[in-house]
Design a protein around this ligand. Structure first.
Ligand SMILES: Cc1cc2nc3c(=O)[nH]c(=O)nc-3n(C[C@H](O)[C@H](O)[C@H](O)COP(=O)(O)OP(=O)(O)OC[C@H]3O[C@@H](n4cnc5c(N)ncnc54)[C@H](O)[C@@H]3O)c2cc1C
Length: 446
């Protein structure tokens, strides 16, 4: 009896979206090849989530290990896909994959394009987060965390950065620069609790008072905004530094100034005013500018996709998607689109932070990866059966051998988890991680 050949799909990126998506495909009868730039799987679940959230990270790793044991799911870590990378999208097509699932996260950096962004001391949140989470090569970069640090943003990532500066770097002052008002913060009470004991409450009151008239004008309640901050205090983590944590609302950075060595010394900011238009509150520059002295400024304003990956990108720096999906899931599109030819890119799908940058937590990326995989299954069902095509995996192995670099297979990734666990025990630390690829590879015999 002739057995039917399985469809072959390449999944690019082994963060939560890629891992759960790959599992969905493999468990639905697809032969899956999962590529990952990093040696270790997990993406931001491994290298983004705050290092102290050890139980959460260990729980996720346990699930990822299980995924790596799924039959017909072949992991290839330390392999970057893209233009001018180890393997391009056209290579993948030539190897014989019927579909490509892009779950590479949001690897581009969203700069505002302000003068002085090249000064030492000006950073983007992602690289700082990768640094303190020990992701090579960011783990090896030097960062200048001065005594006065500014963090731009009002979300959980801003709080994570503040948490690092307050609880690990223990700098003197951390000031969050927030474009909008005190009533429009995006971080949760739970996240604020990690740094709430360091809040400079007098400064917070003064700042809310400064914004109060404008808030009332647009229908916001300054008192309720204040209470939202104070609500984090009852469960606040014990203080470990004397860092003063402050907020400056209705403030946008304009340019950065440095000394002769290009070391950041100060930041010019513009005050904003909230305006209400068609029922929506928006911050508008007031023209009023002032200068804040600081040695470090970190932009926690979200990320964008990698524009050099090889897929068309729109003006919001997202991969262009098919607005009229053939296989929608939960009314969302997972399909890519080429505006130049005005046609759907039939065989390339996106999910997770590659579908929408900086959107949602791990649970959301998991669901998105699974839904994207379901859209691919629908697409595969439309293809004619082809029992004659060669195995993409066999051709891939030849291609990978020509790269002359260590390739991390399922077994090797599982071994890495094992070795790091043993090191954690041996060293009596919370969570040991190698911070250089060479060390990881050596530890697993590659
Ligand atoms: C600072 C921070 C803190 C967070 N904290 C939490 C938290 O506490 N709890 C929570 O639930 N969520 C948290 N999140 C959100 C969570 O991490 C994301 O929702 C989730 O990781 C997104 O998954 P993803 O698979 O889409 O992308 P990612 O996790 O970014 O994974 C992308 C993967 O693709 C790989 N890759 C990239 N480019 C290529 C390429 N060209 N070729 C091959 N592989 C490639 C990368 O190596 C990576 O493994 C946090 C995020 C950040 C930034």
């Amino acid at each position: 009896m002739k057995t039917e050949k399985k469809p072959q799909v390449a999944v690019v990126g082994a963060g939560p979206a890629g891992l759960y998506g790959a599992r969905e495909l493999a468990e639905s009868g697809v032969d899956v090849t999962l590529f990952n730039r990093d040696v270790k799987p997990g993406g931001l679940a491994e290298y983004g989530i705050y290092p102290d959230k050890v139980a959460m990270k260990k729980g996720l790793r346990k699930q990822f290990k299980k995924i790596l044991e799924t039959p017909d799911l072949h992991y290839f870590g330390n392999v970057t896909v893209g233009e001018n990378a180890d393997i391009s999208l056209s290579d993948l097509r030539a190897l014989g994959y019927q579909a490509i699932f892009v779950t590479t996260g949001a690897q581009g950096t969203k700069w505002l394009g302000l003068p002085g962004e090249d000064q030492t001391g000006v950073y983007h949140a992602k690289s700082v987060v990768y640094f303190y989470n020990h992701l090579p090569p960011f783990s090896q970069h030097e960062y200048r965390f001065g005594s006065r640090c500014l963090v731009v943003g009002a979300g959980n990532v801003m709080i994570d950065i503040a948490r690092y500066l307050i609880r690990e770097a223990k700098v003197d002052e951390v000031t969050a620069l927030v474009r909008r008002g005190p009533a429009e913060i995006k971080f949760t009470k739970k996240e604020l609790a990690y740094v709430a004991e360091n809040l400079d409450l007098d400064a917070l009151d003064a700042e809310i008072a400064r914004c109060a008239d404008n808030m009332i004008e647009v229908g916001q309640d300054p008192q309720a905004a204040r209470e939202a901050f104070l609500a984090a205090l009852p469960k606040a983590a014990p203080k470990v530094s004397e860092t003063k944590f402050r907020f400056q609302f209705l403030t946008s950075p304009q340019q950065m100034f440095g000394d002769e060595q290009k070391m950041l010394t100060s930041v010019e900011v513009e005050d904003n005013k909230l305006i209400l238009k068609d029922g929506v509150t928006k911050p508008r520059g007031s023209g009023q500018k002032r200068v804040i002295e600081a040695e470090t400024i970190i932009f926690a304003i979200g990320d964008k996709v990698d524009e050099n990956f090889g897929l068309p990108v729109d003006k919001w720096s997202e991969f262009v998607k098919n607005e009229h999906p053939r296989f929608p899931k939960n009314e969302k599109t997972y399909e890519t689109y080429d505006p130049a030819s005005e046609s759907v890119i039939e065989d390339i799908f996106v999910a997770g932070w590659s579908r929408q940058a900086s959107d949602g937590l791990v649970g959301y990326a998991r669901k998105d990866g699974t839904n994207g995989a379901k859209a691919i299954l629908d697409y595969l069902a439309t293809l004619p059966k082809d029992d004659t095509s060669a195995s993409a995996l066999v051709a891939l192995e030849k291609k990978l051998a020509s790269l002359s670099k260590p390739i991390v297979t399922n077994e090797a990734a599982l071994r890495l988890y094992q070795v790091e666990n043993e090191e954690t025990e041996k060293r009596g630390v919370n969570d040991f991680k190698f911070d250089q690829n060479e060390d990881m590879l050596k530890a697993i015999g590659l």
